[in-house]
Design a protein around this ligand. Structure first.
Ligand code: COA
Length: 230
């Protein structure tokens, strides 16, 4: 498994690179991204789409613009005719993150921020909610976002979007390891990795194999524009 991160840049720096980044994308993607009204949403989407195409292009020895990305019925992007190359993308706060693997993968990043814990009652299982309620202050907030990213990465691994209720399964913590429990049944087929790109963001990655990703590659915009060796 390979992990790539790219940091959001300040608005004027992004504006200077926008046209060059767009030129790496197929026409329909250029149009889709140009329709974003909020500059930050546009930047997240453009960096994500370009990072996927550049990294996958390296794997497939193809130009980024010619990579064929399809979407499943529930919206999960995947590669056409490439059963052994999978990827998933996430963006939040100041980062866009990408996981690439030979088998299905899900990744989720969240910026740790102020949150209304009422949301946890809807999205967490009873067991998760009780554990959360026993915590206070920073520990509580951190725990909330750790669970959130783990649960989201699992849904993104499955590719089901929100059609699977987030409260229908429980994340069990075992030291630094996490597992999924359905009712009282542990799921032995699902594995997680977590890391922190910086002090205010958490990332979880879900996979069907126990695999510790190597180094996290930090890319810069120029890596996406010039033909990179990454
Ligand atoms: C769309 C969803 C897959 C992820 O949404 P998200 O966490 O807001 O967004 P992320 O940045 O992590 O992921 C978005 C990327 O995931 C990919 N994606 C989209 N649908 C997907 C699916 N069904 N499965 C896997 N990946 C998907 C796309 O690459 C998308 O990128 P794009 O928006 O640039 O096209 C879905 O799970 C969702 O809507 N979640 C809502 C979040 C929520 O309420 N969580 C409560 C947790 S307590």
């Amino acid at each position: 498994m390979e992990i790539y991160n790219i940091h959001i840049v300040e608005h004027t720096a992004f504006e200077k690179e926008r046209a060059a980044l767009l030129s790496r994308l197929p026409f329909e993607q250029q149009q889709r991204i140009s329709r974003f009204r909020k500059p930050l949403d546009m930047q997240r989407s453009l960096l994500g789409e370009t990072m996927c195409r550049v990294v996958l292009g390296q794997h497939l020895k193809k130009a980024p613009v010619s990579i064929e990305i399809l979407k499943s019925e529930k919206g999960k992007p995947y590669l056409k005719n490439q059963p052994n190359l999978h990827f998933n993308l996430s963006h939040s706060g100041e980062w866009v993150v990408l996981a690439v693997d030979e088998t299905e993968v899900g990744i989720d990043i969240e910026k740790i921020r102020k949150i209304d814990y009422n949301i946890a009652q809807r999205f967490f299982s009873n067991e998760e909610y009780s554990r959360l309620e026993a915590l206070k202050g920073d520990d509580k907030r951190r725990y909330f976002f750790t669970l959130w990213t783990l649960k989201e990465s699992y849904l993104k691994f499955l590719g089901k979007g929100l059609t699977k209720a987030l409260s229908s399964f429980t994340v069990i913590e075992n030291g630094k390891d996490y597992r999924i429990k359905h009712a009282e049944q542990m799921d032995e087929t699902i594995f997680f990795n977590t890391y922190e790109p910086d002090a205010s963001h958490l990332v979880s990655i879900c996979s069907g194999k126990k695999d510790v990703p190597g180094k996290v590659h930090i890319l810069k915009i120029h890596n996406l524009i010039n033909n990179p060796s990454i």
